[in-house]
Design a binder for this molecule. Structure first.
Ligand code: PLP
Length: 385
């Protein structure tokens, strides 16, 4: 039984990632609105969400995708269509000839890489991509070092000092990615820093990509403020095409991971809930960020109620998260729903320990479940040889 008693969930296998198409539409409407009110093109960052079965729906609002590797670029070109913006921290020699036919835009992380690949890129026919550099705006509101691209001695992006006084030849645009689940005021500060540090280059640019981390679909995001900030930038630099490539925000709160209670192990202070899903293998950001995901029907530990600690299915000692209480005691066989599990989950999962990999499906707009993918032993084996 599910803690929510929702009969539609009974058809869903366990474990399973489930996209809710109705909720995705709600997010896409926000991006539609922003793109109508401000001169900006918003793309999907595949690194955050690459579930290609959902691309036809996403394409109704977004006209391009951003890729961080050859494989993402291929997926973007084959399954998303439209513009493909590629940025890699360091391109592999053997990948560039394959990326060139796919990329509408190609961004380099260092001047050295641009100089190395310049003749190959510029000589590419029939259509050479528009070329950009990733800059370091030297501002990030992100406190967790793992997610702060502007930390001291960062390897991500070129600083104003490294760029010097002259824009290298052949450069059309800049990419600045410095935010993570951030608000419109962080966007405003980013823009202020870009203008302060890189202002002298802006007259020469054709485009400026504000990267990801714009959490426009979070309830408290000030959309009107973001629209005003973008319009004000456009008024100052009307020749620059503005771009953005959020990942998380596109699928923020649009689906869940459902699992099952396999065992309950009481200790002196908590009951360990042994699940058929793993935090390290299926929801790694919970451990890396770290954060405590919401469980449907669960709350912070309550006085007088059993305290449950969610245990992952791998043997990693730290593969657990807690703690939670529920309205009623859990029993073996209960199904638990971990909310908001679309971004940075499916793209990051592993088959560590050979634990069963969650299936992937969706609830359509009528609430009917459709299964897109199940995994088998052969998938595990084929990854290893
Ligand atoms: C260059 C770049 N663009 C876009 C994104 C997407 O960011 P988010 O999913 O936080 O919106 C990232 C995330 O790491 C990134 O590194």
């Amino acid at each position: 039984m599910t803690l929510t008693n929702d009969p539609t969930l009974a058809n869903i296998p366990s474990p399973c990632f489930v996209l809710e198409e109705r909720l995705l539409d709600r997010n896409l409407a926000i991006f539609d609105r922003v793109q109508q009110a401000a001169p900006i093109r918003i793309m999907l960052a595949l690194k955050g969400f690459a579930l290609f079965h959902a691309f036809p729906q996403i394409r109704t609002a977004l006209k391009g995708a951003s890729a961080s590797s050859l494989w993402e670029a291929r997926l973007a070109a084959e399954e998303f269509g439209a513009e493909v913006h590629v940025y890699s921290t360091a391109y592999r020699e053997e990948d560039v000839p394959e990326i060139l036919p796919l990329a509408s835009h190609m961004t380099f992380n260092s001047i050295g890489q641009w100089e190395h690949f310049r003749s190959q890129v510029e000589g590419y026919t029939p259509h050479k991509p528009s070329v950009g550099l990733r800059i370091n705006p030297e501002y990030s509101p992100v406190e967790t070092a793992l997610y702060n691209p502007c930390q001291p001695s960062t390897r991500l992006g070129i600083s104003a000092a490294q760029l010097g006084d002259t824009l290298p030849e052949g450069i059309d645009g800049f990419l600045s990615h410095n935010l993570c689940e951030s608000d419109s005021f962080a966007l405003e500060k980013t823009i202020a820093n870009i203008e302060r540090l890189f202002g002298k280059f802006l007259p020469q640019l054709k485009w400026l990509n504000f990267g990801g981390g714009h959490l426009m679909t979070r309830k408290d995001y000030n959309i009107e403020h973001a629209i005003a900030v973008l319009n004000a930038f456009h008024d100052r630099h009307p020749h620059i095409q503005l771009l953005m490539e959020p990942g998380s925000a596109i699928v923020w709160e649009t689906g869940f991971l459902i699992g099952k209670v396999l065992d309950l192990i009481p200790t002196d202070d908590v009951v360990n809930v042994m699940l058929d899903i793993s935090f390290t293998a299926h929801m790694p950001d919970c451990l890396e960020m770290p954060y405590r995901p919401a469980i449907r029907g669960g709350s912070q530990p309550q006085a007088g109620k059993i305290v449950y600690r969610m245990g992952g299915s791998s043997c990693l000692a730290g593969d657990f998260l807690g703690d939670y209480s529920f309205d009623r005691d859990l029993v073996i066989g209960d199904r638990l729903i971990f909310e908001d599990m679309m971004h940075y989950t499916m793209v990051k999962t592993s088959m560590f320990n050979g634990v069963v990999h969650p299936s992937i499906g969706a609830l359509d707009k009528d609430g009917k479940f459709k299964l897109w993918r199940e995994f088998r032993y052969e998938d595990y084996r084929s990854k290893l040889g």
